[in-house]
Ligand binder design. Structure first.
Ligand code: C2E
Ligand code: CA
Ligand code: CA
Length: 577
């Protein structure tokens, strides 16, 4: 019964089990007579008897809760005694069981190294063992067994959900690996949106939820499959491929859970890996299963996904990129460029969009499309985004001071940043530090914000707009198809994605661009077209009702020096602003 394995020493009720290995029936009888009826630490003693090494071995494979083994090494060769001890520790896996040797004469005593290596408690010559001394020895051994079990139980046990913990799980995976059990599977199961539920409903509710999911999983699995809690809301399963089917694991949450009398629906996601033929450390296998789980959470929520080697390659490439990015930030290899946004009719400069650039030491550029997702995934975007905001605000201040400023500076904001409860204060601080007003700043957010908790999103956006900051929805048309959120969200502007602007020559692209312009009009939102690459697109967009636009045809994204030159060359763009 693996579910309860860490609670070793408690499985067998109120007894201490002692195995006596000796070929002499009189020794068995004498031992029994000396100890029978004794209570130790509130439990009685139970004896098991083996008359040969082989008999002992078959018994040891069945017993998981032996407090002590008394081995006679008089009648056996010393090496046979050591073989048996090796068997106890390594094949039967009984690490806590206390071992006491009964020897004939002092010469048969194993050396110190052997005693330590096999964790042998004690050795006595048979003549020494009067019944008093035998009892004293048993008391010592049982006490030590009891303590070892308690230590192991707490080091291996997760009291919140009453399951084995991560350390125990890793140990077991290692053990299975060593035994070459390659028809086995390691599956990780994660509760979707657990942290949001935890935040919204409170930690007490979250704890109950974890407990309920643990019980559901436990009930759905055969008793000899190992179930553990790996961390926060991730459970781990180790069992044979016949016994563990990922799809079945997910199905255990189909019926709502009842928590504090309220039905609560959860969905689970699973990533798994099959134990390989070539041995691999347990921790590596769990890492692989974790990669599969993360991928499943990203692309296949509520489903299961098997680990494939190429996932590991990708994950490692991302890890390298992330560490390079950290270094690049330290070495100040990141900077901002600014792309002008014009009123398409009057050609006045209305805004600048700040865009992040990363130039490596060998002068190559890593595109933001590549490193921003990695920064978002790791949380690095929080610090990076704060720096972008501060730098863009500082540039806006410089432009205002030199009389070259547009109406506003537009800054891209990732959903991860918006989710941060301190985001609003952070924006206000960046404005204040540069003596700017809210109207000087626009934040570009993407359609993926629709996935954020409604309350948080509404309150943050409303607070920002109350400061005079405008909000644009970026890359419009590429994400969520539901338009209802557009009506619900407090917005100022829609930016149609450049993929549609590029397809204006094509009837389908033109229709979408027109629809977006209509939508903006109906909802009372400004519409801005990005990716204007030629004069034809400019004219077509203007005719469709786009008031604003940006693109290579108007101006490239430029660093501060280039921007100043561009503004110098186009004084007319600033006149009415
Ligand atoms: P985006 O916000 O849609 O930015 C517009 C992208 O279109 C920029 O690419 C810009 O250089 C490019 N672009 C401008 N005019 C044209 C044109 O006429 N034709 C074409 N084909 N492209 C044009 P970039 O700078 O590579 O940025 C890519 C994406 O990276 C951005 O897309 C944005 O999602 C993200 N990004 C860039 N900077 C930041 C940042 O500071 N924070 C965050 N969160 N994301 C950023
Ligand atoms: Ca943008
Ligand atoms: Ca865009």
């Amino acid at each position: 019964m693996l579910h309860g394995a860490p609670a070793l020493g408690q499985d067998q009720g109120l007894t201490w089990r002692i195995l006596v290995v000796d070929n002499d029936p009189d020794v068995h009888a004498a031992t029994r007579a000396a100890l029978e009826g004794q209570m130790l630490f509130g439990r009685s003693l139970v004896f098991m008897h083996a008359f040969s090494g082989d008999e002992a071995r078959s018994l040891l494979l069945r017993e998981h809760d032996l407090a002590m083994v008394l081995i006679d090494v008089v009648s056996q060769r010393a090496s046979a005694g050591l073989d048996l001890i090796d068997f106890i520790r390594h094949c039967a896996g009984l690490k806590n069981t206390r071992i006491v040797l009964r020897t004939g004469q002092p010469g048969q005593v194993p050396d110190l190294e052997t005693l330590l290596r096999y964790d042998i408690n004690d050795y006595r010559t048979k003549a020494e063992l009067t019944s008093d001394r035998l009892l004293a020895m048993v008391v010592t051994a049982v006490r030590s067994y009891k303590q070892l079990c308690a230590v192991h139980a707490s080091a291996y046990h997760d009291p919140l959900v009453n399951l084995p913990n991560r350390s125990y799980f890793i140990d077991k995976v290692n053990e299975f690996e060593q035994r070459g059990m390659d028809d086995h599977i390691v599956a990780l199961i994660d509760i979707d949106d657990f942290s949001a539920t935890n935040d919204m409903m409170g930690h007490h509710f979250g704890d109950r939820l974890l407990e309920k999911v643990a019980r559901r999983l436990e009930e759905s699995l055969p008793a000899d499959v190992l179930l553990a809690r790996l961390d926060a809301d991730t459970f781990a399963v180790l069992g044979s491929v016949q016994q563990v089917q990922p799809r079945r694991l997910l199905e255990c949450a189909l019926q709502p859970l009842h928590i504090e009398g309220v039905p609560h629906k959860v969905s689970l996601t699973c990533g798994y890996v099959l134990l390989p033929k070539a041995p691999q450390p347990g921790a590596d296998l769990i890492k692989d299963a974790t990669i599969a789980l993360k991928r499943a959470k990203r692309d296949h929520r509520g489903q299961h996904l098997q680990y494939a080697d190429q996932m590991g390659t990708e994950a490692r490439a991302r890890a390298v990129l992330l560490s390079n990015l950290r270094e690049a930030i330290e070495k100040q290899q990141l900077f901002l460029v600014y792309q002008p946004q014009l009123n398409l009719d009057t050609q006045q400069l209305i805004g600048l969009e700040a865009l992040l650039r990363w130039r490596t030491e060998d002068n190559t550029f890593i595109p933001p499309d590549q490193f921003i997702p990695v920064a978002e995934h790791s949380g690095l975007i929080l610090g990076l985004g704060q720096w972008v905001l501060a730098t863009a605000c500082a540039t806006m201040r410089e432009l205002l001071d030199t009389g070259l400023a547009p109406l506003r500076m537009a800054v891209n904001v990732s959903t991860v940043q918006l989710r941060d409860p301190g985001f609003f204060e952070l924006v206000c601080a960046a404005l204040a530090a540069n003596n700017l007003e809210g109207r000087h700043l626009e934040l570009e957010i993407t359609e993926s914000v629709a996935a954020l908790p409604t309350k948080l999103l509404d309150s943050t956006l409303c607070a920002l707009r109350a400061e005079g900051i405008s909000i644009a929805i970026d890359d419009f048309g590429t994400g969520y198809s539901s338009l209802s959120y557009l009506e619900r969200l407090p917005l100022d502007r829609i930016k149609i994605d450049r993929s549609f602007t590029r397809q204006l020559g094509d009837p389908h692209g033109a229709r979408i661009a027109e629809m977006v312009a209509d939508l903006g009009r109906k909802l009372g939102l400004a519409v801005l077209a990005e990716g204007i690459e030629d004069a034809g697109a400019w004219q077509a967009l203007l005719a469709m009702g786009y008031q604003e636009g940006q693109g290579y045809h108007i101006a490239m994204p430029m660093d501060k020096t280039e921007l100043r030159h561009w503004l110098g060359r186009h004084p007319e763009r600033l006149r009415a602003a």
